[in-house]
Structures are given as structure tokens and as C-alpha cells.
Design a protein around this ligand. Structure first.
Ligand code: SF4
Ligand code: SF4
Length: 426
């Protein structure tokens, strides 16, 4: 057993209100410099939709992550372009219009526009050229357009059937999906880097890019299937989420978790077995969620503790792993799932899938048709198509909701009868 420690996060999607406070806090702290204008280390996407950068999930277009080729694991993109990728555009990478060009609004247009059939609107002007722009993408482009057939149709996770039905009032659904670097156990960004500048820290598993060593190859951008590493055109270096390590080293939460208005983020330590990870890297696609979970060790097991101590993991980290909400959500409760496990990077950010808005009849009849968000859609996003794993999670969530509602009603009845509940927290 080769025990290692990993700082990780669970995001409870039912609680996300799409306020973007997390993204703005992160931006103010880390990406408010020249060359980082378009970067959102944390962004919140409205789903269904195209995401940020536009169509990042379209692996036919961007080809990131790992695949099993000729019986073994290999990177999907990168090496074939060699030195040419520095001279020509590497087609596996997004270009600026897939992200967005930073803009300001030309408010003068509201008052100066000539008379026309349509009322004047504030036009977006490029911050770089000052020209009026046709905006095609943005960090949450689908926020206002969620529900439109045109944009929903571009979400590759929707089935053909959902695509046709989407747009009919009673079939509309949406959810928010906050995204950050997953600090993967098998990071494609690090494997693709010819300079060896990207590394996974031994003590906490945070994936970092050594700014001194980075030589602007940008293979990391192609190789990251989540498109969560960005190229700084001003400095000629790639940059990414650092899991706020200057804060975590002082025992503080990351800026996104600290500022989260919905309190949806749970940060915690996991202990995992590196030997087991090597064994399951090539596991069949439909078993990848279980394969990933099988790498996560029970931190209260004395044998695990012994190996962790032997591996030099600090006692307070071993204790933190025992109290980890991430361990509880992922392993004990089986409620949190990884994002696109089929990319095979073994991501360490997990999501409790969204149940809401639930149809009332689902509370008594848990057949999948009574859940608002199609199970197929959630399975495509979180379980590489394994619908049974999503169903299991949704049923547990609904069970918790029914229990808590029942308890609330019972508490209310007691209070109405004048029975004090103070001192009780059930
Ligand atoms: Fe690397 Fe983060 Fe992308 Fe994983 S999500 S491949 S760690 S940049
Ligand atoms: Fe969602 Fe929290 Fe971010 Fe608001 S701050 S968008 S609730 S994750």
C-alpha cells in the first residue's frame, strides 16, 4: 500500500444558486493581471449549455485526457504536433473566441443611437481593439440563454430525444455547474508537458505549474480535457488554479469555498492508494467511478494509518482525513460523483448531482421519469453513462429530503402544541 494525501472538494449542486461569487472572488485574488483577463480558474456554467471555453466537452474537437489505444493508456492529444504547435495553431486547443474577448459596454449607444424599429441596446466593445463586437461566448454564456433550443442543442450530453423535447415548457430543466481544476490523480496536463514544469505536490496532491520552467509549449492546454489550464499571452506561461495553497498552508479554505454564498463547497483531505491507482488506470469505462472510489482509503483503518505515518504524512493530515466531509460524501454516503470520469484523469473534485427542481410526484413514486433532470443527462456528465449509479444517488437524495421535510412537519406540530424544542437538534 502506497498511501498519499490529497486535498479535494465536494460541490453540492442542489445548493448552488449561480451567483458567481466564487468566480469573482477567485478572479480578484488570482487573475486580475495583464494576460489573464480571459481566464476564470473557477467558473460557473448553466446547463444544458456549451460551457466555458465553448464546447469544451466536445472531445472530438479538443481531444484532451487519456484513451486506451492498442491496449494501453495514451494521451489523446499533444505529441503529434511537436515544434509545429509553437508556430502554427494546434487544433486541439481552444482559440480566444472559444473563451471570450474581454469587453466593456458602450452605454453611449443607449442615448446616441439613431431612431430605428428596435430599441437601442448597450453594445459590447472590445477592451483590446475598442471595436463593437459580436459576442459568441463567455464564462457563463448560457446563463441568460439557458432553455433556448439553439444553445441546449450544442450540449453534447443531451440525447437526441431530449434535444427535441427541450424547449417545451414542462420539459425544461437547468442546473448550475461550478468548475475548477480537478487536481487529478492522473493529470494529463502534467503528462503532456515537454518541459516537466507541471507537477503534483507530494504533501497535498495540488497540481501546480512551475513558472520558471514553463516554456510556452501549451501541450497542457490541449491535454487537459476540462480545459482548466490557461495560457497567459502576456507572460508566455501557462497558469491554473492553485487550490489557494498559500491559504491551505495556513489552515484556511480556498477563496471559492470561503466566499460561497450557497455553502455548497466542502473541502477535505483524502488518503488514497497510489498502487491501486496504477492498477485501475485502464479500467473499463463503465467501471471508472467505482475504480476511482476504490483508490480512496478508509482513514479510520489502523492499517491505513500505519502506512500513512510510514509514508511521512503529517499526523494532523491523517486526523483531517478522518474528519473529511469529502470522504463522507464520496465513500460513506455514496452521494458525490466525479465530472466526466471517462477522461481518465481521476479527478479529485466531486459533485452531488442536482435533484432539484423535483416533480412533486417523485416523492411518492421514485421512477426516473418523475425526476426533472433526465438521468441520462446526469449520467453523461458524471458517470460515463452509468445510469444506475445516478439513480442510486438521486434516490438517496430524495430519501433525505423526504425525511427532513417529515421531521420539519413533526417539529412544527410539536411547537404548535407548545412543546419546546430548545436543546434538541435531533
Ligand atoms: Fe491538469 Fe487540472 Fe486539467 Fe486535471 S483538471 S488535467 S489537474 S489542469
Ligand atoms: Fe454556486 Fe457558491 Fe459559486 Fe454562488 S458562490 S455560484 S452558490 S458555487
Amino acid at each position: 500500500m502506497d498511501v498519499r494525501a490529497q486535498l479535494s472538494m465536494v460541490l453540492h449542486l442542489d445548493k448552488c444558486i449561480g451567483c458567481h461569487t466564487c468566480s469573482v472572488t477567485c478572479k480578484n485574488l488570482w487573475t486580475n493581471r495583464k494576460g489573464t483577463e480571459y481566464m476564470w480558474w473557477n467558473n460557473v456554467e448553466t446547463r444544458p449549455g456549451t460551457g466555458y471555453p465553448k464546447n469544451w466537452e466536445d472531445q472530438g474537437k479538443f481531444r484532451g485526457g487519456w484513451e486506451i489505444k492498442n491496449g494501453s493508456l495514451s494521451l489523446k492529444s499533444g505529441s503529434k504536433w511537436g515544434i509545429l504547435s509553437r508556430i502554427f495553431h494546434n487544433p486541439d486547443q481552444p482559440v480566444m473566441k472559444d473563451y471570450y474577448e474581454p469587453f466593456t459596454y458602450d452605454y453611449a449607444n443607449l442615448t446616441d443611437a439613431p431612431e430605428s424599429a428596435n430599441q437601442p441596446i448597450a453594445r459590447a466593445k472590445s477592451r483590446i481593439t475598442g471595436e463593437s463586437m459580436n459576442i459568441e461566448a463567455g464564462p457563463n454564456w448560457d446563463d441568460d440563454l439557458g432553455g433556448s433550443r439553439e444553445y441546449a442543442a450544442k450540449d453534447p450530453n443531451l440525447t437526441e430525444e431530449d434535444r427535441v423535447l427541450f424547449g417545451e415548457f414542462e420539459k425544461i430543466f437547468m442546473m448550475y455547474l461550478p468548475r475548477l481544476c480537478n487536481h487529478c490523480l492522473n493529470p494529463a496536463c502534467a503528462a503532456a508537458c515537454p518541459s516537466g514544469s507541471i507537477y503534483k505536490r507530494g504533501e497535498d496532491g495540488i497540481v501546480l505549474n512551475d513558472q520558471e520552467k514553463c516554456r510556452a509549449w501549451r501541450y497542457c492546454v490541449s491535454a487537459c480535457p476540462y480545459k482548466k489550464i490557461y495560457y497567459n499571452w502576456d507572460r508566455g506561461k501557462s497558469e491554473k488554479c492553485i487550490f489557494c495553497y498559500p491559504k491551505s498552508e495556513n489552515g484556511e479554505p480556498s477563496a471559492c469555498a470561503h466566499s460561497c454564498v450557497g455553502r455548497i463547497r466542502y473541502t477535505g483531505v483524502l488518503l488514497y492508494d497510489y498502487d491501486r491507482l496504477i492498477q485501475v488506470l485502464e479500467a473499463p469505462e463503465e467501471t471508472l467511478v467505482e475504480a476511482l472510489k476504490s483508490c480512496i482509503l478508509d482513514p479510520s483503518d489502523p492499517e491505513v494509518k500505519r502506512h500513512a505515518k510510514k509514508a511521512g504524512i503529517e499526523p494532523d493530515w491523517i486526523q483531517a482525513a478522518e474528519n473529511s466531509p469529502v470522504y463522507a460524501f464520496v465513500k460513506e454516503f455514496g452521494l458525490a460523483l466525479p465530472l466526466h470520469p471517462e477522461f481518465r484523469t481521476f479527478p479529485m473534485v466531486f459533485y452531488v448531482p442536482s435533484l432539484s427542481p423535483v416533480l412533486r410526484k417523485a416523492e411518492t413514486d421514485m421512477t426516473m421519469e418523475n425526476f426533472r433532470i433526465p438521468v441520462k443527462y446526469l449520467a453523461s456528465v458524471f458517470t460515463a453513462g452509468n445510469e444506475a449509479a445516478v439513480e442510486d444517488t438521486l434516490k438517496k437524495l430524495l430519501g433525505i429530503r423526504s425525511y427532513m421535510r417529515g421531521k420539519e412537519l413533526a417539529d412544527k406540530e410539536l411547537m404548535e402544541k407548545g412543546i419546546s424544542l430548545s436543546g434538541w437538534n435531533g
